[in-house]
Design a protein around this ligand. Structure first.
Ligand code: ADP
Ligand code: ASP
Ligand code: MG
Length: 412
């Protein structure tokens, strides 16, 4: 008898019929003699609709109330799922975030989980109930409802699994595992059998929304193996696990892309110590995350500084930069919202050289201009024009041998 946490994403609970299918799957796991805790997302599209509605009231809706509103999406699905299971003759009960004691900080719309009491979950399990917990939501120390950022139900699931020492944490979604690239844009993408936490962390931070990055951080910290799989069939999916010895044999295990990027350039900035901090500090003080940065020196003690931010932060970052440019007497500020980032990821890069040059050559061969470059120990990212995103992903997928299954591949 095991203790299993299962998380079902928006598409998997997108209609009453799908909720019924998922309920049957949950019941099947329970019938096999397991204790089951289920974490649910809102029905697909609902969180977006709620955000749109709020934005019709004003462009910057009150943050506390926005969290109260967004949490209703998950409140709906947990109630419907519990009702369905009860109707089928099972003993099920729903819990909202605060009832499951999911304690977070107070950062509205991207709160971080601090602790999970889980007493109520354990009590209900002891009564042999199937426990259905609302994902994506928690409560802060003052009892306010908070939400965990887009895709946050993944993090709820892994955090609950860690808190109750579950034997398995299964993430059910609309793809049957983690692929070498987003299968929705790269048809040659292959399903991976296993992927290391560090690789998944990079892929998630580089745009692979199949797992929210915080969920992978949690999983790594508390050593929770995650099984990402399809809610539509029984096939095994992908295990996200600690790095294993032979994983380094594969140099590049995946290609990620992110269209949510925009860049800002301050041209002809007087080049003196502290200038980068003078430009970037006001941006980060406004809560805007800067991703890539490059600085070019020009003649005559002038420099150009370019950085990227999420598209949603572009307007705010642009306004701040224009003010800074006036203060420091930079010549002009240029902006470009039509960029994207493509990246290759793999723990094997630590022990192989030449990955960057191969990546640049492959992009050049397709006539794709590289606007910016950034690297870490296990990944290389290039900013490119957004219109080339799909082509770039497919090109890199082929260039790094991910199209074919070979002996050393981790694809299944
Ligand atoms: P859910 O609603 O179940 O949480 P998401 O839409 O958040 O599902 O995440 C699943 C989606 O992630 C897939 O439909 C796919 O388009 C996208 N995705 C991006 N990169 C990858 C990848 N490398 N492997 C699998 N899916 C990926
Ligand atoms: N419903 C939330 C969202 O759409 C959380 C999730 O699905 O994980 O972002
Ligand atoms: Mg998701």
């Amino acid at each position: 008898m095991g203790l299993i946490v299962q998380k079902y994403g928006g598409t998997s609970v997108g209609s009453l019929e799908r909720i019924r299918n998922v309920a049957e799957r949950i019941a099947g796991t329970y019938e096999q003699g397991n204790n089951v805790v289920v974490i649910l997302s809102a029905m697909s599209g609902v969180t977006d609709q709620l955000i749109e509605m709020a934005q019709k009231i004003g462009t910057a809706p009150d943050k506390r109330e926005l969290d109260v509103l967004l949490a209703t999406g998950e409140q709906t699905t947990v109630a419907l799922m519990a009702m369905t299971l009860i109707e089928m003759g099972y003993n099920a009960q729903s819990l909202l975030g605060y009832q499951a004691e999911i304690l977070t900080d107070s950062t509205s719309s991207k709160a971080r989980i601090l602790d999970i009491g889980a007493n109520r979950i354990k009590e209900l399990l002891a009564e042999n109930k199937i426990v259905i917990v609302a994902g994506f939501q928690g409560t802060d120390a003052e009892g306010n409802i908070t939400t965990l950022g887009r895709g946050g139900s993944d993090t709820s699931a892994v955090a609950v699994a860690a808190a109750i020492h579950a034997d398995a944490c299964e993430i059910y979604t609309d793809v049957d595992g983690i692929y070498t690239a987003d299968p929705n844009i790269c048809e040659k993408a292959k399903k991976l059998g296993r992927i290391a936490y560090d690789e998944m962390l990079e892929m998630a931070s580089l745009g692979a929304k199949v797992l929210q990055i915080r969920s992978v951080e949690f999983a790594k910290k508390y050593n929770v193996p995650i099984h990402v799989r399809s809610s539509f069939h029984e096939e095994e999916g992908t295990m996200v696990v600690n790095e294993e010895e032979n994983m380094e044999k594969v140099v590049v295990s995946g290609v990620s892309h992110n269209k949510n990027e925009a860049r800002i350039t301050l041209r002809k900035v007087p080049d003196r110590p502290g200038i980068a901090s003078r430009i970037l500090s006001p941006v980060s003080e406004a809560g805007i995350q800067v991703d890539m940065i490059i600085q070019n020196t020009r003649s005559g003690n002038m420099t150009d500084l370019t950085f990227t931010v999420a598209k949603s932060d572009y307007r705010a970052a642009m306004e701040i930069s224009q003010q800074t440019a006036r203060d420091i007497e930079a010549e002009e500020v240029l902006g470009d919202e039509n960029i994207a980032k493509v990246s290759v990821v793999g723990v094997g890069m630590r022990s192989h050289s030449g990955v960057a040059s191969k990546m640049f050559a492959a992009l050049a061969e397709e006539g794709i201009n590289i606007l910016m470059i950034s690297t870490s120990e296990i990944r290389i990212s290039c900013a490119i024009e957004e219109k080339y995103t799909e082509l770039a992903v497919r090109t890199l997928h082929t260039a790094f041998g991910l199209d074919q299954d070979d002996q050393d591949s981790r694809a299944v």
